[in-house]
Design a protein around this ligand. Structure first.
Ligand code: NAD
Length: 498
């Protein structure tokens, strides 16, 4: 099997130390590719290329219209290759093909959105108390940006990072997750085809603790944009402290899906399932806690469990599949471990709770859709991010209790509320300590709207104008229109050189 290279300084190269990594299909754990596995040494090479490209290359100085043209071209190439990209994403990540297709379309549109935004006015001008002084504020790229992404949305996360970073004129080094580099490699083939200048966009494959850490720690990197687990986020903060890098973090979640008794319960049931089981629950904003009004629990929960049991779990490439395998054996074991913890903590299993080992599933990382009732807020399954198809039900009697339960978490990424009472819905949403919220819906996201979390779910925002902001420095320029001596030091006031 040919070892797939990484893309550094405009060239396809192998890792300096020659390491390789087998990439597996999570549906059967068979190898589907081998990629070069970089280390800190490769990160240093990438950083040197990016520094050169930023400090003396064309990209940051290029007119925004020209940068936009590259990004539009890339978006078109993604669309042209969308079927192949989606299939690769499903084979590598496991998600059903229809989800992968959404991701590919979203990724293309993300590049398009930021291509458009690159050319929109960004600065400000001010009147100052000094009529002879004109002040303006301009926005400039930050510099060399390390961008580290997880395995759950491999292509889409690459787009969320590269599109605003490049649109703003930065030179970006993307480090995909170890398990899922394949669509990123294909994306960089398209970046090469689009003719981006060397060094402005690079792909560094390799382990987080080595290649990723080197980006976070390097004094030559100006910003780190990270999406991943909260514990890794803490390491990134520590590593970035050396040169006080700019840091943005999109971290974990334990998000509430609140269902009031007066909701359209059929709609709420479907969204409660979609909230947790879309993407196998490997979604940072997953509605992993169903916060349900007690008076409807008796009819709602059996129907929810029955429908969840019937989800078609299988190989994402099969058209009938609705939920795929978990990313790796190791991650599946972690999720199964949490299920055992939940049972031991005394939660009541409503459905699932086991690995699927019957013939079509035997070799893959399949976990049955799982719902726990009879939970208590202090249980680990209620507090910790499981990142798999496991939902915990918490019951409430009053609006205040629903809000208290919903906010009773270290995280603050997302949350949904279901009710027919619009005023109540808005009231509750406004009290949720979370960055992304929905009324009578769950999960839809838009390139135009900011994405990110409160509390331990992160720092900063991606997407929308907010996402571009995170890749820009802000400079004030003060222009004296009528130069005069300041007259501050007598000796200087008496000095003459002309
Ligand atoms: P992870 O933190 O293990 O890895 C994420 C990335 O960080 C990978 O590329 C990995 O190689 C790299 N990495 C690991 N250790 C590192 C280190 N010491 N220094 C630098 N880089 C390092 O996360 P994961 O398991 O790939 O993804 C799951 C997590 O991502 C979940 O917690 C999930 O909630 C979170 N996530 C958040 C968002 C969001 O937008 N908030 C989106 C997707 C995923």
């Amino acid at each position: 099997m040919k070892t797939l290279p990484m893309f550094l300084g405009g060239e396809w190269v192998q890792a300096v130390k020659g390491g390789t990594r087998a990439i597996l299909n999570p549906a059967d754990n068979e190898p589907i590719a081998e990629v070069t596995d970089g280390s800190a040494a490769d990160a240093e090479i990438a950083i040197a290329h990016a520094r050169l490209a930023f400090d003396s290359g064309p990209w940051p100085k290029m007119r925004a219209q020209e940068r936009a043209a590259f990004l539009f071209k890339l978006a078109d190439l993604i669309d042209k290759n969308s079927d192949a990209l989606a299939t690769t994403e499903t084979r590598n990540n496991g998600k059903p093909l229809r989800e992968a297709k959404y991701d590919v379309g979203d990724a293309a549109n993300c590049f398009r959105y930021y291509a458009g935004l690159a050319t929109k006015p960004l600065g400000q001008t001010f009147e100052t108390p000094d009529a002879a002084m004109q002040t303006m504020v301009v926005r400039e790229p930050i510099g060399v940006c390390g961008q580290i992404i997880p395995w759950n949305y491999p292509l889409l996360m690459a787009a969320w990072k590269l599109a605003p970073g490049l649109a703003a004129g930065n030179c970006c080094i993307l480090k995909p997750a170890e398990a899922t580099p394949l669509t990123a490699i294909r994306l960089f083939e398209l970046i090469a085809e689009a003719g981006f200048p060397p060094g402005c966009a690079q792909l560094l494959t390799g382990p987080g603790a080595m290649a990723g850490h080197a980006l976070a720690a390097s004094p030559l990197v100006d910003k780190i944009a990270f999406t991943g687990g909260t514990s890794t986020g803490r390491k990134i903060i520590a590593a970035a402290a050396g040169n006080i890098k700019k840091v943005t973090l999109e971290l974990g979640g334990k998000s509430p899906c609140i269902v009031f008794a007066d909701a359209d319960l059929d709609v709420a049931l479907e969204f409660a399932m979609f909230a947790i089981f879309a993407g196998q629950g490997e979604v940072c904003s997953a509605g992993s806690r169903l916060i349900l009004e007690r008076s409807v629990a008796e009819k709602f929960l059996p129907a929810l469990a029955e429908a969840s049991r019937k989800i078609a779990v299988g190989d994402g490439l099969l058209p009938e599949t609705e939920m795929g395998p978990l990313i790796t054996r190791e991650h599946m074991e972690r999720v199964l471990g949490y299920i055992e913890i939940g049972k031991a903590e005394g939660a009541q299993l409503l459905c699932g709770g086991h690995r699927m080992v019957d013939p079509p599933h035997a070799r893959g990382n399949f976990v049955a859709p799982t719902i726990f009732a009879e939970t208590r807020p202090e249980m680990r399954i209620v507090r910790e991010e499981i990142f798999g198809p496991v939902q915990c039900v918490q019951l409430f009697d009053t609006e205040e209790e629903a809000i208290r339960l919903a906010n009773g978490t270290d995280y603050g990424l997302a949350g949904g509320v279901f009710t027919r009472d619009g005023a109540k819905g808005l009231r509750v949403l406004k009290q949720l300590r979370a960055g992304i919220t929905w009324l009578n819906s769950y999960h839809p996201t838009f390139n135009e709207a900011p994405w990110g979390g409160y509390k331990q779910s992160g720092w900063g925002r991606e997407l929308g104008t907010y996402g571009l902001d995170e890749y820009l420095e802000t400079k004030q320029i003060n222009i004296s229109l009528a130069p005069q001596r300041p007259g501050w030091f007598r000796s200087a006031a008496e000095a003459h050189v002309s």
